[in-house]
Design a protein around this ligand. Structure first.
Ligand SMILES: [Zn+2]
Length: 297
């Protein structure tokens, strides 16, 4: 384990914020809040070389959907994400997806005419993206492999930012890699979501120790401003149903209701459709997407 200072302001002074158990190992982790800038982060946290041990076989984001409905849902999700990108960036130019996994978002963007590139930490996933679609996908830690200068119109980080060990450094590299007025898209767990208050410690947005940072709108604007970006907009786009199900399963894990909840979860999810729509409408969905723009020097 390593003890770290605040990634946003550098302070070493923090107060306990919440204690959360890893839903796979049941190990208890401490989330703290910086006394100076209010950034919420995991501290102490596993060393870089040990972090990968906390991604078990059954970790959901590492699985490509196999059913037709799963594939349809993923396709629809990609189109919603692209519509959001194109709402702010009308010209289809060059796009980099950081944490591109097996390349589904890149494929959707490429189909619409974007020139795409990916960065992916997991070699097996990157290899699938290369062999299935023929895309250029670099494997490695983003801090090590993002070396471009003035190259991309858009950089996207879908559900990746909260996993980064040094988000400030990555934003600085994104600033360099983007063209002037290039767009940066960051989708992260929404600290302000209804789900967070409904599920408390069992909210999947905590997801320790895989999630290392928990940015509020204020702390995100702060770090974006420090690294040369202006916030243009925010919207709850996707991610409601699946993450609600994981939070629900965590909440009842180990209890006598667990089996029943698991069995009837499709009914619960269908019943809660109005809840999710209402939450999305108010930007209180479990995942929120922020659109930022590189400032002109
Ligand atoms: Zn701080």
């Amino acid at each position: 384990m390593e003890t770290i200072s605040c990634n946003l302001c550098g302070s070493n002074v923090s107060i306990p914020y919440i204690e959360v158990k890893d839903r796979f190992t049941k190990e208890l982790f401490h989330v703290v809040c910086c006394s100076n800038c209010k950034l919420i982060y995991l501290n102490p946290r596993p060393n870089k070389e040990h972090l990968q041990n906390y991604y078990p076989q059954q970790y959901e984001p590492h699985h490509v959907p196999l059913t037709d409905s799963g594939k349809w849902h993923q396709h629809r999700m990609r189109q919603i994400q692209l519509d959001y990108v194109e709402k702010y960036h009308l010209h289809r130019g060059t796009l980099l997806d950081i944490g591109c996994a097996t390349g589904e978002f890149l494929a959707a963007a490429s189909e619409r005419g974007w020139l795409v590139k990916g960065i992916e930490l997991v070699e097996d996933a990157a290899q699938i993206a290369r062999s299935t679609y023929g895309f250029s996908v670099v494997t490695g830690e983003v801090e090590m492999v993002l070396t471009e200068n003035n190259t991309f119109d858009v950089i996207t980080l879908w559900d990746v930012f909260e996993h980064l060990t040094n988000p400030r450094q990555v934003l600085q590299q994104c600033f360099t890699a983007l063209k002037p007025e290039g767009k940066l898209v960051i989708a992260i767990p929404n600290l302000d979501s209804f789900d967070r208050y409904l599920f408390g410690k069992d909210w999947v947005g905590w997801e320790v120790p895989r999630h290392l940072y928990f940015f509020s709108k204020d702390t995100l604007i702060h770090i974006l401003d420090d690294t040369g970006f202006n916030l243009l907009g925010e919207e709850c786009l996707v991610g409601g149903k699946g993450v609600f199900q994981i939070s629900l399963a965590s909440k009842f894990q180990g209890s006598s209701f667990a089996r029943l909840i698991n069995k009837i979860s499709p009914i619960i999810l269908a019943t809660l459709w109005p809840y999710r729509q209402f939450a999305y409408h108010l930007n209180k969905g479990p995942v929120i997407t922020y659109m930022a723009q590189k400032r002109l020097l």
